[in-house]
Design a protein around this ligand. Structure first.
Ligand code: DC
Length: 212
């Protein structure tokens, strides 16, 4: 049987994670947030006190990442995200993690993978591809509200700068830059609630599943 994969890409804080989790729940599929694989590699380097600028060392850590043990609450730290974005430019790191991600994508009865290069590189044959985006200001506002809701202080302008810097690094790297696959459905959630974005995504996925 052909395996079913839903590929979800887009910039940081566009709402991919929430959408992907809800889609996976709806269809009974396994979900992998591939950003966590880059974060886990970065955390392993930080914990071991190793530098971020050696591709050979980062590759070794990437090969040891266990997909079963990924936990966003442990990997959410800003410092880990920054380091992840730096090692994500290294081709040897990407090769190691992409191989593990592809193996995951073949799980039955189906999978949802979200990240930056799922539709373009990791699973180009995915049955349906979504590119989820929102303006940098809207994404920064959502992140700001989350931090404030958790009782911490936040600086909105600094978050906007951070979102733009991350976009720039993700979209302009040489290996697997963030961009929509040619056959991706674009979903701009700038003006949508989470619920509206989920319903729009579900309509697109239902249509693709019914066709196949
Ligand atoms: O989505 P996130 O913030 O957890 O991702 C952390 C970093 O990992 C991000 O800056 C880009 C990188 N990444 C990537 O290059 N390819 C992916 N498929 C997922 C994440």
């Amino acid at each position: 049987m052909k395996h079913i994969t839903i590929a979800i890409d887009g910039p940081a804080a566009a709402g991919k994670g929430t959408l992907s989790r809800r889609l996976a729940e709806t269809y009974g599929f396994h979900h992998l947030d591939t950003g966590l694989t880059y974060r886990a590699t970065a955390k392993a380097l930080i914990d071991a006190g190793l530098p971020f600028d050696s591709e050979a060392i980062a590759e070794k850590m990437a090969l040891e990442v266990n997909l079963a043990g990924l936990d966003r609450s442990v990997l959410a730290r800003h410092e880990i995200g920054e380091a992840a974005s730096k090692i994500a430019v290294m081709p040897a790191v990407r090769r190691a993690l992409v191989e593990a991600q592809r193996a995951f994508s073949r799980k039955a009865p189906g999978t949802v993978l979200d990240g930056r290069d799922i539709g373009t590189v990791v699973c180009p044959d995915a049955i349906v591809k979504l590119y989820v985006t929102a303006s940098p200001e809207v994404r920064a506002r959502r992140r700001y509200d989350e931090i404030i809701a958790s009782g911490k202080a936040a600086d909105f302008d600094a978050i906007v700068d951070d979102v733009k810097t991350r976009d720039d690094r993700d979209m302009n790297r040489a290996d697997s830059p963030l961009k929509p696959a040619e056959d991706a459905h674009l979903l701009d959630t700038s003006e949508m609630s989470i619920e509206a974005a989920f319903l729009a995504a579900k309509r697109i996925v239902d249509a693709a599943l019914n066709k196949n």
